[in-house]
Design a protein around this ligand. Structure first.
Ligand SMILES: Nc1ncnc2c1ncn2[C@@H]1O[C@H](COP(=O)(O)OP(=O)(O)O)[C@@H](O)[C@H]1O
Ligand SMILES: [Mg+2]
Length: 444
């Protein structure tokens, strides 16, 4: 039998083993998998081509998941026959979210089949009773072999199918181990056939690998219709559901939840989520109005700058991009003559959120300087702006929206890049260069 080597990170296939994948550059990620040519084709259904005009849009093709934040990320509800991948770290709450969804969908009279290849019926029953879900209308199957699951799907004809998780399922079509790229790809393609032909909305749970991507990520991402990532900091109760790809809606949305003993609850006032509960006005604290999806969110950025004991000082970024942090430090040193080479610098976005926005550079710089100089910022102030390598402050999108949200939460002052934005009742400082920022905020 012929064998091939498949990269478990990117899914690239090679005829011989190599220490480093030449596609994605990851080390030690190639795994030998036997190629079995006698593949069973799941179902072959003759289909016909027809004009676009003749295709009917059924009103009913989207149903609510019963969870507003999930609907938002899905683009308005669950689309019939769509294949949705839900990824995230173990323990983040994927099974919880999908069980809660199953409960709501079943209550509306839809048939739901929950296939668990990870947990026993008893474990799921325990979760359901913790979430106060009786589960009278949710069918449960605990099985790992796809060949044993398919007849049940045929028989029960569910409207919504949940497969938890793709990495623990296996098909006899292939001899490769469960969770390997070939297995994951094969199973997904069989499920895709099924979803499309039978109109079953299928949710596939996928675990994330150490490097932070879904196992066999690229292969799966292009096969499915929608990819959602469930993120959050293990130590915080907040969870963010992010749309990474969506054939049926915008990927600009995030769903916000918090984990309670009764399961995931939607967050009522998202902007307050990432401010520490007692807003401090200590040096090092800056409030940054970020945009997540289409919603403004106020996030508290904290910095701690303290003398180092090491030959090369530490730079630690939590929730903010490490490269952006290094850049911010370099600009502070070069343009403002701040001496940071003998200082450890820790920067944290409160609440376990990850911020990738360039508009964070200015608030991050101000926060570092505030800690170093031991000078707190004025109370009730927000700061935003991108900073270029020459110290110039650049404009960022949706400034007005951010300011209005800040005002709603009682902020009275803002520092923004030069623009014609006006918000009544707010004192706004418009800045073009970091020098102006320093002369307004600090006495150095
Ligand atoms: N009694 C409880 N009270 C609060 N949260 C709990 C309780 N039991 C479990 N959890 C939360 O549920 C999470 C497990 O969620 P689960 O849906 O099994 O995650 P996943 O399927 O993503 O691995 C735990 O990490 C914990 O945060
Ligand atoms: Mg789980």
């Amino acid at each position: 039998m012929k064998s091939q080597f498949v990269c478990q990170e990117c899914g690239a296939i090679f005829p011989k083993w190599m220490g480093k994948c030449s596609e994605c550059g990851s080390w030690n990620s190639l795994l030998e998998e036997v190629v079995d040519k006698k593949k069973v084709v799941a179902s072959v259904i003759a289909t016909e081509a027809r004009p676009i005009k003749d295709i009917e849009i059924s009103e009913d093709s989207r149903t609510s998941s019963g969870i507003g934040e999930l609907d938002r990320v899905l683009g308005g509800g669950i689309v019939q026959g769509s294949l949705i991948l839900v990824g995230g770290d173990p323990g983040i709450g994927k099974s919880t979210l999908l069980l809660q969804m199953a409960h709501h969908v079943a209550k509306e009279g839809r048939r739901v089949l929950y296939v668990s290849a990870e947990e026993s019926p008893l474990q799921i029953k325990l979760r359901a009773s913790r979430l106060e879900i009786e589960g009278r209308d949710i069918l449960l199957l605990s099985e790992t072999s796809l060949e044993k699951i398919l007849p049940t799907i045929e028989k029960e004809k569910p409207d919504v199918l949940i497969m938890d998780s793709i990495q623990t399922l296996s098909t006899q079509n292939l001899s490769a181990a469960p969770g390997s790229v070939s297995q994951v790809r094969e199973i997904t393609s069989i499920l895709m056939d099924l979803a499309k032909n039978k109109g079953i909305a299928t949710f596939i749970v996928g675990h994330v690998t150490k490097s932070g991507t879904l196992a066999g990520p690229k292969v799966l991402e292009h096969m499915v219709d929608t990819v959602l990532y469930f993120e959050g900091d293990g130590s915080s109760v907040y969870r963010i559901l992010r749309g990474v790809k969506n054939r049926f809606g915008s990927t600009n949305e995030v769903g916000l939840f918090h984990m309670t003993s009764l399961g995931l609850k939607e967050v009522d006032n998202p902007s307050e989520m990432f401010l520490s509960s007692t807003p401090s006005f200590e040096p090092g604290t800056v409030v940054f109005p970020s945009i997540e999806g289409t919603r403004p969110l106020l996030v508290e950025i904290q910095s701690l700058v303290s003398a180092t004991n090491f030959a090369s000082p530490r730079r630690m970024a939590l929730g903010v991009d490490h490269n952006k942090l290094v850049l911010a430090i370099a600009i502070l040193e070069k343009k403002r003559n701040l001496f940071l080479q003998n200082q450890d610098i820790y920067v944290n976005a409160v609440g376990g959120i990850q911020i990738g926005e360039p508009a964070l550079t200015l608030p991050m710089m101000v926060s570092i300087a505030s800690s170093l100089l031991d000078q707190a910022l004025p109370k009730k102030m927000i700061i935003l702006g991108e900073v270029g390598l020459l110290g110039e402050v650049r404009s960022v999108p949706q400034i007005e929206k951010r300011l209005l949200e800040a005002k709603r939460l009682g902020y009275e002052r803002a520092m923004i890049p030069d623009s014609d934005v006006k918000v009544k009742g707010m004192r706004i400082d418009k800045v073009k260069h970091v020098d102006e920022v320093f002369s307004i905020l600090f006495t150095k």
